[in-house]
Design a protein around this ligand. Sequence first.
Ligand code: ADP
Length: 241
Amino acid sequence: MEKPEKLIVDGKRLDGRAPDELRPLKIQAGVLKRADGSAYVELGKNKVLAAVYGPREMHPRHHQQPDTAVLRCRYNMAPFSVEERKRPGPDRRSVEISKVAREALEPVVFLELYPRSAIDIFIEILQADAGTRTTGITAASVALADAGVPMRDLVSAVAVGKVDDTIVLDLTKEEDQWGTTDMPIALMPRKKLITLLQMDGHFTHEEFKRALALAFNGCEQIYEAQKRALREKYSVKPEEE
Ligand code: ADP
């Protein structure tokens, strides 16, 4: 796609959203039979699967920690997830995202309950349209809860940014590409503790405050959808009793 002259026309974005609007969001918990926990998330055109294994004995053994479990995270983009085929396997970007996703999730997990164990999180991007690290974190936290891992809260994540001098919530690929600022954020919503904040571009102090408020609001909506997905999986319907 060529760069359009404007990304926001009459207050509406190219996909018709208002600046403070999230893309359509769908979350499903427990979609994989063989994983201990799993989740599938669609956010606009993003399609993301997360699988959790563990807590289980850490292998290799010399990576075991005597007083805590270790969280391991792998973010991976499928070769068919982007327009041009992505070369399979890890690259600098996926190694970075695996690290920041792990760090965004670590604070919610009671790791000290499982010494010598590993908890493995796999984030697979099936279709990408910007915001895959945040969508991946959102999916992974539902998968952790689905696995029954004791947690302080969920983690909800979304990106905010600046496009045509307007602060917007949940950037698309076009907005990420041609906008001026992209700021992914992950949050433990109950206590409003930020566990991931990255920034590509610049904000003035005022813009930063507005962007943060938008992100908090977006995370709140995502949080509700995450809890709904978990309730749907675990509520026993009368005919199943
Ligand atoms: P995020 O997906 O978290 O926004 P980036 O800002 O690095 O992370 O990437 C933005 C978008 O750029 C991705 O969601 C994806 O649509 C696209 N993209 C990333 N890496 C590649 C790649 N190797 N090939 C094609 N498109 C890519």
